[in-house]
Design a protein around this ligand. Structure first.
Ligand code: SDX
Length: 377
């Protein structure tokens, strides 16, 4: 597609504002959150510490972390109205629609909904960080015909999510792989869903409206919905030996290969190596033949795409396989992305308000020239 002069379709390459939350350093192909390399954060810190960092700009000391964790855990239980209304949704309702509805309900029942002060927005952000996993886990069980399991305040965010989904906390290595995915998914500068949140915030609308809109944007398979689509694609291919043949057919049909390519990273997504290593460890520890076969297919397809299109996997590619191996149902994959990215979204919402300008670009008109309205027939 050739753009008319001055038109930047998809805002590709357009810098629309400054941000201090995160940056992709093209030269080293690395990503930093508030200046800290995400790979180091994922290797040595908890998701709660990274959520605190994105929110306040600095890593917490022991006392600050304890206070943050205590407040987050106390906010987990859903209000009765919300919990009851969510069970009224059709069980066929996609979990992203359940999540989008839940955030709207949180806004509807929050008396401070329209208070956009930094303190009020920080409180709302913590509410979402605490409650979104409870909604995702309850829906995961509802789709299986099971009652929800209440959150356990004795458990950290990652462990508690497994507890609420499966009634048990898996081995520390599995929890760590999950926590690494949450840290890697947390923030990524002006991606489509974050920019959506900033656009809504720029009109001085409320935080719940901005997050609801961001969830809508993240649902799309060109964005967060890709991790779910990766699993559907692997199931469609079925056998590692069919990867190359399937890919040729898909490319001939001009299909997008889910979990590959990126608007910003053109030489590989900096988050993939760490997520892939964690996923490989998951496969090695399970030793389950089905997991080993899936991993072989996952590897075969990655090599085939690189050979034929020179396109690298993005974070959704290893994350999708990892979530399947952890036992989550495919439709829960993007909601897990939301549980994490809500930290980045709310950091950007705060930043947008710090130096707000209404986001209102122009369009290059290419419709009919002005013409008189014909007299009524
Ligand atoms: C996320 O922005 C972020 O930071 C997002 C994210 C985050 O953390 O927030 O990183 C999370 O959304 C990752 C992306 C997940 N989406 C997918 O995996 C869906 C498949 N990917 C593609 O749709 C695509 O790669 C995009 C949308 C991600 C990026 O597309 P661009 O930047 O608009 O690039 P493009 O489509 O112009 O591609 C350039 C060329 C094209 O070839 P031509 O048509 O010019 O011949 O590469 C081709 C594309 O067809 N191409 C692909 C491809 N990605 C690019 N061809 C097949 N499969 C792909 N995946």
């Amino acid at each position: 597609t050739v753009n008319p002069p001055g038109v930047h379709r998809g805002l590709a390459g357009v810098v629309v504002d400054t941000t201090a939350v995160s940056t992709v350093i093209q030269e080293t192909n690395s990503l930093t959150y508030r200046g800290y390399p995400v790979q180091e954060l994922a290797a040595h810190r908890s998701f709660e510490e990274v959520a605190y960092l994105l929110r306040y700009g600095e890593l917490p000391d022991a006392g600050q972390l304890r206070e943050f964790e205590t407040r987050e855990r106390a906010l987990r239980p859903l209000g009765r109205t919300t919990a009851e209304l969510l069970t009224r949704l059709p069980s066929t309702c996609h979990p992203m629609d359940v999540l989008r509805t839940a955030v709207s309900l949180f806004g509807a029942e929050d008396p401070t909904e329209d208070d956009g002060s930094p303190a009020a927005n920080r409180a709302k952000s913590l509410t979402l960080l605490a409650k979104l996993p409870v909604v995702v886990a309850a829906d995961h069980r509802r789709r299986r015909g099971l009652d929800p399991i209440l959150p356990d305040p004795a458990l950290g965010l990652a462990e508690n999510f497994f507890h609420m989904c499966f009634g048990a906390v898996p081995e520390p290595e599995v929890v760590r792989c999950f926590e690494i995915s949450l840290i890697l998914y947390a923030e990524h500068s002006f991606n489509a869903s974050t920019f959506t949140a900033r656009v809504v915030t720029s009109t001085l609308s409320d935080l719940y409206s901005a997050v609801t809109a961001a969830i809508g944007a993240l649902k799309g398979p060109l964005h967060g919905g890709a991790n779910e689509a990766v699993m559907h694609m692997l199931r469609e291919i079925g056998d590692p030996g069919r990867a190359a043949e399937w890919l040729d057919g898909a490319l001939a049909a001009r299909r997008k290969i889910m979990g590959f390519g990126h608007r910003v990273y053109k030489h590989g997504d900096s988050r993939v190596p760490l997520m892939q290593e964690a996923t490989d460890r998951l496969v090695a520890r399970t030793g389950d033949p089905e997991a080993v076969r899936l991993a072989a297919l996952h590897t075969a397809l990655r090599h085939a795409v690189l050979d034929r299109k020179g396109i690298h996997p993005n974070l959704d590619y290893p994350a999708g396989l990892a979530y399947h191996l952890m036992g989550f149902d495919t439709p829960a994959f993007t909601p897990i992305f939301v549980m994490s990215r809500v930290t980045g979204w709310t950091a950007h919402i705060t930043e947008q308000l710090d130096h707000n300008a209404l986001i209102r670009p122009l369009g290059a008109y290419n419709g009919p020239d002005q013409r008189p309205v014909p007299m009524a027939v």
